[in-house]
Design a protein around this ligand. Sequence first.
Ligand SMILES: [Cu+2]
Length: 134
Amino acid sequence: MRVRTAVIGMLALVSLAGCGGYGGTGSYGGGGGGGGGGGGPAGSVTAGPGIQFVSGHNGSSNAAVDTIAIGSTVTWTWTGSLPHSVQSVGSPSFASSSTMTGSGRYGVRFDTPGTYQYDCAVHGQSMTGTIVVR
Ligand SMILES: [Cu+2]
């Protein structure tokens, strides 16, 4: 006489997926007050609509030059339909995650005084900017 035993295995897979993406479209805590000369505490730069970065402080482009306060954030906002990106030239290294078109956003906080050059990975020296932190 044979006894067949059926074993029913129950396998419970518990997946804890709690990681949030850290993309380029997050929100940034706003910095406080104190406008200095030459622009203001934070930076606002548009990428495009043509082949240019344009400073929200003074309208400069190629190179867009923004002077910001230590510890404040520069936010790049994409306009138009041309793909652009933001990448540092030299250190510290920063780069937007990829080329983006209209309505993309990217921010970098600068905690150390200095002059930081950046350009667009698509357009290189035709599309540059400078952030002065002091
Ligand atoms: Cu570009």
